[in-house]
Design a protein around this ligand. Structure first.
Ligand code: HAM
Length: 444
């Protein structure tokens, strides 16, 4: 029999893991909407040339990592390795820039694909949450976008994030810097790897990311972009850095930071976090400004700035730090019945609880109480409602708190209010049980 495994570098997200991912994305969406961002959904595959033009044909992503295929119409397509190019493409194809409401502020999330060597925090299919703010040159937009990223990380429970920032300068600064890199690498061209020789011709900046030990050492001694920045670039970097610091956000101005995609210009940034286990999952996110991407892809001359997070990396860190336990929404209520009449009564309670937005499940199979309690426990239910013959006859529910194991009888007429009171402590519902009375007394 053939053994079907998930393809290398991909993973199934199951139960708490899937819930954790949903939680992270929903927090990111919510915080982004507070900053005026709206969702934009684009295809998972695009014409491969879109990424060659935007991400850059000297980058590892385009050179080595793209999932490229031909469709039946002989079109060369690629699974998206990142989201920025698609958002910009969509802004252009749909003429979204034809509005006086600039910048366009969009957020997006979804799977991205890079044929990388899978390792800790590195997958071939991974998920990103990102934002792009397109159409306005003010440096306040760079600041706004960085603050949004940090706001999301804080809302998720991150406390000490390392924020690296740098500037790649405007076009003139970068051209001068590329020339300086070429000068520097020229005497070493015979010694560098074959990839670097290609990078030398296409974009010498990419030589700085080379992982081959000899070339990585050379990169350490290479000139820094900071010596080639224009006055405006320096002022912009200083402004963002000081503004962040004055808001209590520590930064690390790292003049060696270049990022792995070609479209950047101006301020760039990257976030990382070392968990107590000291496991290095790699950067949890990064981004920056892109001055020419929109026009290079055939749109008007508009500036953009954005970032993307790697959801897997964020998930692993938050999980390690036990910051997702509240967020994974364990079942609130589990209903256990014995006998047909009890099943009927249980079912109407189930419907009513769900109508009142209480997460509830019920066991429909006839199993022993013991095994049903085990199921409730393994689902992480907070409360069990038991309805047997006695309960039906006397119209009450046996209510068991599965955390404290305390148990009480609650009349059919009161059970809904009782649960709603426990779950939404501050909503007022009619319930006469001792717990709820004590709460009410405290509130008054
Ligand atoms: P990036 O730095 O290539 O930037 O990716 C952003 C984040 O995605 C990384 O910091 C990392 O957390 C995650 N990531 C990247 N590759 C992998 C992988 N193989 N496995 C797991 N996680 C990964 C971009 O993609 C830009 N589009 C960001 C941007 C938006 N810049 C401006 N706007």
């Amino acid at each position: 029999m053939q053994n079907f495994n998930a393809p290398k570098g991909t993973q199934d997200l199951i139960r708490d893991e899937a819930r954790g991912f949903e939680h992270i994305i929903s927090v990111a969406r919510l915080v982004s909407s507070l900053y005026g961002f709206d969702p934009l959904k684009t295809p998972i595959f695009e014409n491969a040339s879109l990424f060659e033009r935007s991400v850059g044909d000297a980058t590892d992503i385009v050179q080595k990592e793209m999932y490229i295929f031909k469709d039946k119409g002989n079109r060369t397509l690629a699974l998206r390795p990142e989201g920025t190019a698609s958002i910009v493409r969509s802004v252009i194809t749909n003429k979204l820039y034809a509005t006086n409401d600039l910048p366009l502020r969009f957020y997006y999330d979804g799977t991205m694909y890079r044929y990388e060597r899978p390792q800790l925090g590195r997958y071939r299919e991974f998920r990103q949450f990102g934002v792009e703010s397109i159409g306005v040159t003010s440096i306040y937009h760079d600041l706004e976008v960085i603050l949004l990223a940090i706001h999301i990380l804080q809302a998720l429970g991150f406390e000490q994030i390392e924020t690296k920032i740098n500037s790649l300068g405007d076009r003139t600064a970068r051209e001068r810097y590329k020339e300086a890199l070429k000068e520097y690498y020229k005497p070493h061209l015979n010694a560098v790897c074959a990839d670097c020789r290609v990078r030398y011709e296409k974009n010498p900046l990419r030589m700085l990311d080379c992982k081959v030990p000899h070339d990585a050492l050379l990169a350490q001694k290479a000139p820094h972009i900071s010596d080639y920045l224009t006055k405006q670039d320096e002022d912009d970097l200083l402004f963002v850095n000081e503004a962040l610091n004055s808001l209590g956000i520590p930064t690390n101005v790292d003049t060696t930071l270049v990022r792995g995609l070609d479209y950047y210009s101006g301020v760039i940034f990257e976030f990382s976090y070392l968990p107590p286990s000291k496991k290095d999952y790699g950067a949890i996110g990064g981004g920056g400004r892109y001055d020419k991407l929109v026009s290079e892809l055939g749109g008007p001359d508009l500036v953009g700035v954005g970032f993307a997070f790697g959801i897997e990396r964020i998930y692993h860190i938050l999980n390690e730090e036990k910051k997702l336990t509240e967020a994974v929404f364990p079942d609130d209520v589990f209903i256990i019945t014995k006998g047909e009449d009890a099943k009927n009564d249980g079912f109407s309670l189930l419907t009513s609880l769900r109508t009142h937005q209480v997460r509830t499940v019920m066991a429909f199979e006839d199993k022993s109480f013991k095994s049903l309690f085990k199921i409730a426990e393994s689902r992480g239910a907070k409360y069990a409602l038991i309805i047997g013959e006695e309960e039906v006859k006397n119209e009450y529910v046996t209510f068991r708190d599965l955390t404290t194991f305390s148990q009480e009888k609650v009349a059919y007429s009161k059970i809904l209010g009782h649960i709603l009171n426990l779950i939404h402590k501050h909503d007022h519902h009619e319930c006469s049980c001792e717990d709820c009375h004590n709460d009410k007394d405290k509130e008054e």
